[in-house]
Design a protein around this ligand. Structure first.
Ligand code: MG
Ligand code: MG
Length: 598
């Protein structure tokens, strides 16, 4: 099906919006009136620009406060409409959106509304234009889609149809099933938006919190199924009012937008991108650093051994158990120093995983390897992390491990068994995109988003995981654009004895993040511990949490550049990440940073 996007959904000038929509692969646009009014281009120039970019103008919008008004007022409305139809003629747009009136002059009279909309359609027809009547969720007398359809049906005019908007329908809790009773040819347009489930005024909700399908809490796919059932063959068009998108760059937002429609089309069965291939584990995490010394000291104290070196690049493999870390001192070093730059995801079919990622518009990474190196499939996540699809030690497939030459050094007896989870700081503008990306492109499941208090702000965190927990990634974001660089990424290592692992780290010269005594006094009040247990945690800086399934014990290393390590012990099927303890951890990290002047 054709895809379209309203210009209001993207930031920038009209030209920037059109360019971004075209580059992301949209077929058409809805021109939002304010974007046209603010543009220096004439309607003819906008028409030509769209044609050059391969975009059709699928809708001109909005026309407001037209119907069910006194005759003299309606005469003025028709005059206004004639001007807009002349403009649309110059633009080459053949469908106009009329939203249900919010005017205090409008009366509650369906017959009058139908009669006046019919006369508007008469005028539109002279210009070859169709009128799509939409119920605003906050319309004065018409606020539901079935009511708007009833008026359109009563008018019985060939140039008058209805526009369905998933936000207006689902925000009111209307059942979209009755859409199936509308003849498909009378649905002139379909606008799609999702939104997080919030208890707030519907107008404010719509103007500030709409998001792309799959990024909120509405069953947009269910609604689309009902619309497709009618035989509707117009475009799937996104109309998103969102405070964050207004500030984000139009290019990436447009790609995020089109990905959401690709996923939606797959969900409703009208598109079939290459099937999802869920990862089965974390093959490696790659750290880049300008100075390997501080990082090597921490890794050594954690029990990692430097076991191999890349044949052609300054990259070392550090390993213990199934936890593998690559330390890269050779790539262009990030301005902010040491950080997590790449993740190797163990995949049952790396090639298929990469084909799906590419079909869902993930940037494919150019191969920058020596000719003899393994040809790995890799794409870029929205936060810039490189994702490699790996087949470790499967002889029939390119093996990243074969690029490394073993060192003589024997692995030290560490306590970490594998990587438990990775926490990645997301760019502020792309948090919702990141969750949809990891879900749709990588085949992970997104869990609920949680808010975490930081002494100087608020963090949002959302985990994306495989069913069995073999891959767990916590996506985190600050509450404001400036928070991007404040919060560090982390690598959590699974151990079955966090006390022993913490002691080993301390004995090897590592210093765990100190946790305030008040925290332990509170733990003593909340839980009963065996004799001496709490004292051990207090001494080492181990934090404790419990859920319906089990227990969680964890502690933290100091931060190096933008990254720190966590040792975690999960018992009895604990599913969380210690979010309860995160405010204490964040405060302790701020305090440690002040002490070191970092
Ligand atoms: Mg709308
Ligand atoms: Mg963690």
């Amino acid at each position: 099906m054709r895809t379209s996007i309203a210009t209001v959904s993207l930031s920038g000038s009209l030209t920037e919006k059109l360019t971004a929509a075209s580059r992301a692969g949209f077929d058409g646009v809805e021109i939002f009136e304010n974007d046209l009014l603010a543009s220096p281009l004439t309607p003819e120039e906008i028409r030509a620009r769209c044609a050059d970019l391969g975009l059709t103008i699928d809708l001109y919008q909005p026309m407001r406060d037209i119907e069910a008004v006194p005759e003299d007022e309606f005469a003025r409305n028709l005059r206004r409409a004639r001007h807009k139809f002349e403009l649309m003629d110059r633009l080459g747009a053949d469908t106009v959106l009329v939203c249900s009136s919010v005017s205090p002059l409008a009366v509650d009279d369906d017959a009058l509304a139908a009669e006046q909309l019919g006369r508007l359609a008469d005028l539109a027809q002279d210009f070859g234009i169709r009128v799509a009547y939409e119920a605003l969720a906050w319309g004065r007398h018409v606020s539901t889609y079935d009511h708007a359809w009833h008026i359109v049906e009563t008018a019985g005019h060939p140039a008058l149809g209805t526009c369905l908007d998933s936000f207006h329908i689902l925000s009111r809790g209307s059942d979209p099933k009755a859409i199936e009773d509308i003849p498909g040819e009378k649905i002139f347009f379909l606008q799609l938006a999702d939104a997080p489930l919030l208890a707030m005024d519907v107008l404010q909700w719509s103007r500030h919190y709409r998001c792309f399908p799959g990024q909120g809490g509405f069953d947009v796919a269910g609604l689309v199924r009902s619309v497709l059932h009618t035989g509707y063959d117009g475009p799937l068009s996104l109309e998103i009012f969102n405070d964050v998108f207004r500030q984000a760059e139009a290019g990436p937002t447009a790609v995020d937008a089109r990905r959401s429609l690709l996923v939606l089309q797959e969900t409703v069965g009208i598109a079939a991108p290459p099937a999802s291939v869920a990862p089965t584990g974390i093959a490696f995490a790659e750290l880049v650093t300008p100075d390997a010394e501080p990082l090597s000291a921490v890794l050594g104290a954690l029990g990692f051994a430097r076991t191999a070196r890349h044949r052609s690049k300054p990259v070392d493999l550090w390993q213990q158990g199934e936890a593998r870390l690559l330390v890269n001192t050779g790539t262009a070093v990030r301005r902010d120093g040491t950080g997590l730059a790449a993740i190797g995801l163990e995949s049952p079919d790396p090639g298929a995983a990469a084909r799906r990622a590419e079909a869902l518009l993930a940037p494919v990474l150019p191969r920058r390897r020596a000719p003899e190196d393994a040809q790995l499939d890799a794409v870029l996540a929205p936060d810039g992390t490189e994702l490699f699809f790996c087949a470790t030690d499967r002889p029939e497939l390119p093996n990243w491990r074969a690029d490394f030459e073993n060192l003589a050094q024997a692995p030290a007896p560490g306590h970490a068994a594998r990587i438990d989870h990775l926490a990645l700081t997301q760019p502020w503008h792309h948090f919702d995109e990141a969750a949809l990306f990891h879900r749709s492109v990588l085949g992970l499941h997104a869990q609920e988003s949680v808010d975490v208090a930081d002494p100087y702000g608020l963090l949002r965190s959302r985990a994306v995981t495989t069913d069995d927990g073999s891959v767990r990634i916590a996506l985190t974001v600050g509450a404001a654009p400036t928070d991007d660089t404040v919060h560090a990424q982390h690598i959590a290592l699974a151990t079955d004895d966090v006390v022993a692992a913490a002691r080993r780290f301390a004995e090897a010269g590592g210093r765990l993040l100190p946790i305030p005594a008040n925290y332990y006094d509170d733990l003593a009040a909340r839980y009963e511990f065996a004799d001496g247990e709490l004292e051990t945690y207090r001494e080492l800086g181990i934090l404790y949490d419990r859920d319906a399934h089990g227990e969680f014990r964890h502690c933290y290393t100091p931060t190096i550049g933008r990254v720190f390590f966590e040792l975690v012990q999960r018992d009895g099927g604990y599913r969380g990440y210690g979010a309860q303890n995160a405010p204490v951890r964040l405060a302790a990290q701020h305090a440690a940073r002040r002490l070191t002047g970092g």
